[in-house]
Design a protein around this ligand. Structure first.
Ligand code: ITT
Length: 198
């Protein structure tokens, strides 16, 4: 099994990436590397922030392959918000429930009725020893509800219905999300590179 350090503190992301990659990879996130601190996400794009996490994370674990994921939700009627600020939409110390509440409040202020077109974006960066090896970005289009449906997934999942479906990521099985999500697609585009480095 090949070892991959996933430079994230979000255990939900780790669970998804481990399930998508399958048994060939041993995926360890920062829980297994508690001494690693990542540089602050000061970028204004998903790519810039994913590079910050991958480069700073890989410098801290010499010789190991490091993957980073920067992701978020874009709502067209909100001018692309929450975007790169998805994790901090309701404030710097906001949790996922706070961020969903803020999104529902902002959607309720809009003159038109929902559901509202939007997408999840994910940029993935692979690095080793502070050097970027590969960058991929992908998205999944969908619609945002103004009421939560389902308790599965994380973050904004209970408000997001992916294109081609009638239920949110909070209702759909994890297997379905992991076949078509922004994260699944960004990782699929990374698979050849990962295989060559395994
Ligand atoms: P790390 O930076 O440690 O990886 P994070 O959760 O802070 O963890 P981001 O900075 O990439 O990650 O912020 C992404 C936010 O976007 C995340 O907290 C969710 O609110 C949202 N998000 C991203 N992917 C999502 C998904 O698959 N389902 C629901 N919400 C998602």
């Amino acid at each position: 099994m090949s070892q991959l350090v996933f430079a994230t503190s979000n255990a939900h992301k780790t669970e998804e990436v481990a399930a998508i990659l399958g048994g060939d990879w041993q995926v360890e996130d920062l829980r297994a590397h508690p001494s690693v601190t990542l540089d602050e996400e000061t970028g204004d794009t998903f790519e810039a922030n994913a590079i910050i996490k991958a480069v700073s994370g890989s410098r801290a674990v010499p010789g190991l392959l490091v993957l980073a994921d920067d992701s978020g939700l874009e709502v067209d009627a909100l001018g692309g918000a929450p975007g790169v600020r998805s994790a901090r939409y309701a404030g710097d110390n906001a949790n996922a429930a706070d961020n969903r509440a803020k999104l529902k409040t902002e959607l309720a202020k809009l003159p038109q009725d929902g559901p509202f077109p939007g997408r999840f974006q994910c940029c993935m960066v692979l690095a080793r020893d502070g050097v970027v090896l590969h960058v991929t970005q992908s998205s999944v289009e969908g619609r945002l509800l103004t009421q939560e449906e389902g308790a599965g997934g994380f973050g904004y999942d209970a408000l997001f219905i992916p294109e081609g479906f009638t239920e949110t990521f909070g209702v759909l099985p994890a297997e379905t999300k992991n076949q078509l999500s922004h994260r699944a697609r960004a990782l699929a585009a990374m698979k050849e590179q990962l295989a060559s480095l395994a």
